[in-house]
Design a protein around this ligand. Structure first.
Ligand code: B12
Ligand code: SF4
Length: 500
């Protein structure tokens, strides 16, 4: 039986969909994987405040032809790809095929996702998809499968894979793998694993002339923490209650496989929310060093110790991304991050004193409707006083994900209109209809403008004068649009967002 698996994401990583493909292949089914990265519509230069993607009709026609032999079409979706998923299912649905959606969007919004497809998968998809395909292959009407919510049926029984080390390595083809290249409007067929090269390239900073090649890797699923805005807030309830770690033996097996199949790769991006919480993190980092691979990972401040970060840097950590989101006590409480942010002073002191040039990425959330200007100013002054000079600020606009504690609060307080497609709001601060003056101050910090100047502009009287609706809703967004338009003309239309 032929199955087509489709990903609309900008990145070709797709660990979940690739593992599903491996499981199906191991059971004797044929899979085809189609990747549809659309950088120009998702790029930061798009001025819409929503993540709208419009596939060309001709592309949908080619996808129809490509999936004509497929009894099952599976599509992976995050919230911001909801509309892309709707377009694809509408175009690819036939009387005689079965379309299933999986990923974070259907997991958090099963009823909404079911409007488009024959079924949705909630949480882990490997066992569920295999059982679905087996039942369809046997010619029976599929029914009662853990995690699969069928159109017209009731919410399914949920199950999860307890030991994720039992799963096969992700499927990278190359046979049966295709990618859409938007600028040439072509669907390329992967002929060898070298064809993945352009999709694995990464410029560590603007001064680098040659790209490095990265392999994104999963060593665990889930997060030990529980921030109120994060998808993990729900995934803990409906996917798996605890973090699941892959064994170090399996990580070594994957590294050996990467070294053999992708000899051009020199760096690993550890995509786990919880790499830092691994009990064997020191050994795992030493393993990367043993195989000559540098790496980048995320960490939450609470897990910081001087000894641990020193070890990670010695093992080849070239950058790390720290979630701070806010330093204002009120906002930390709203996000349930008071405990997680605990060691941030030590983190910033460590990098300032020991590795001032290290690319430390600090993530912040703006546009929180409950946050007052003085709270954002508190974070700004905190960063002005403590941030190492080479810090890279990641500024994201708050997006409400369905059923999270923060989303529920927004619904209860009538802040969020659930009759709208609020999932499609973009996280890009510069694409919002309203841009706070305090966001602009953070952007100045991100651009490394003199801190003296920012301090002056962040003084209470100036903020009082400039944080007015005419300025935040008209003047600043207008100015940002004009700058982007000008920059767009200078740099050309296909610039990817700097963050991804
Ligand atoms: C790796 C990652 C990325 C990578 C790679 C994305 C990619 N192409 O795969 C990068 C860095 C590019 C990325 C980008 C973004 N990401 Co991201 N990312 C993740 C992360 C950390 C891990 C995802 C992952 O691989 N998980 C492991 C696999 C095994 O799980 P899975 O993908 O969910 O798949 C399983 C099931 O969902 C299901 N399934 C999935 N697809 C399908 C399909 C079918 C047919 C079936 C049956 C089942 C099924 O089965 C799979 C196997 O069990 C998650 C965090 C998380 N906790 O999930 C965030 C997460 C998915 N990202 C998120 C977001 C918001 C983004 C961004 C939009 C913005 C941002 N500021 O980060 C951008 C989007 C950029 C873009 N243009 O696409 C949010 C999504 C929230 C939401 N409600 O949609 C998450 C959940 C983070 C969070 N904690 O809030 N991301
Ligand atoms: S620490 Fe990060 S990944 Fe974990 S729950 Fe909080 S925001 Fe989500």
């Amino acid at each position: 039986m032929q199955i087509s698996l489709i990903s609309p994401y900008g990145s070709l990583y797709n660990s979940g969909l690739r593992t599903i493909s491996s499981v199906l292949k191991n059971a004797g089914f044929n899979t085809r994987m189609i990747f549809l990265p659309m950088p120009s519509t998702e790029s930061g230069w798009n001025i819409s405040p929503f993540c709208h993607i419009k596939y060309p009709e001709s592309l949908l026609e080619r996808l129809k032809a490509m999936t004509a032999d497929s009894a099952v079409v599976g599509i992976t979706l995050m919230d911001n790809y909801m509309q892309a998923g709707a377009q694809l299912t509408k175009a690819l649905k036939r009387e005689d095929n079965f379309i299933i959606l999986g990923g974070v969007f259907p997991t958090l919004n099963p009823e909404k996702a079911l409007q488009y497809a024959d079924a949705v998968c909630i949480g882990d998809g490997e066992d569920a998809m295999l059982e679905l395909v087996r039942q369809l292959d046997a010619g029976t009407m599929p029914g009662a499968i853990d995690n699969i919510y069928f159109h017209g049926a009731s919410y399914p029984k949920l199950a999860y894979i307890h030991d994720i080390s039992t799963l096969p390595l992700p499927d990278y083809g190359p046979e049966g793998h295709y990618v859409y290249v938007e600028h040439s409007d072509e669907i390329l067929s992967f002929k060898s694993l070298d064809d993945y090269k352009p999709f694995m390239s990464f410029w560590p900073d603007s001064s680098t002339k040659e790209p490095i090649y990265i392999y994104r890797m999963e060593t665990a699923r889930g997060c030990p923490d529980n921030c109120t805005y994060c998808a993990n807030n729900i995934l803990k309830k409906v996917q798996a209650p605890k973090v699941r770690f892959r064994t170090i033996e399996l990580i070594e097996e994957e590294i050996l496989w990467v070294k053999e199949k992708f000899p051009y790769v020199t760096e690993l991006f550890i995509e786990d929310d919880s790499f830092i919480a691994r009990r064997d993190i020191r050994q795992t980092a030493s393993l990367f060093k043993k195989y000559g691979l540098t790496f980048k990972c995320f960490f939450a401040p609470v897990y910081f110790t001087d000894e641990l970060i020193t070890h990670l840097i010695e093992c080849g950590m070239t950058a790390c991304q720290v979630g701070l989101q806010s330093r204002a006590p009120n906002t930390e409480e709203i996000y349930r991050r008071t405990a997680i942010n605990r060691n941030i002073d030590e983190v910033l002191k460590y990098f300032t004193e020991k590795h001032p040039g290290f690319p430390l990425i600090v993530d912040l959330i703006v546009d929180n409707p409950w946050e007052k200007a003085e709270d954002t100013l508190y974070t700004i002054h905190y960063l002005l006083d403590n941030m190492p000079k080479n810090t890279i600020l990641g500024i994201s606009s708050l997006v409400f994900y369905n059923s999270t504690a923060l989303c529920n609060r927004a619904v209860k307080e009538n802040i969020l209109d659930t009759s709208t497609d609020y999932q499609l709001k973009t996280w890009h601060w510069h694409r919002q209809n309203r841009i706070h003056y305090t966001t602009l101050l953070l952007v100045m910090l991100k651009l490394r403008l003199p801190r003296m100047l920012i301090r002056l502009l962040a003084s209470k009287p100036v903020v009082f004068l400039l944080q007015r609706s005419l300025i935040t809703q008209r003047l600043i967004p207008g100015l940002v649009k004009a700058i982007k338009k000008h920059y767009h003309i200078v740099k050309g239309p296909n610039i990817k967002d700097s963050k991804y």
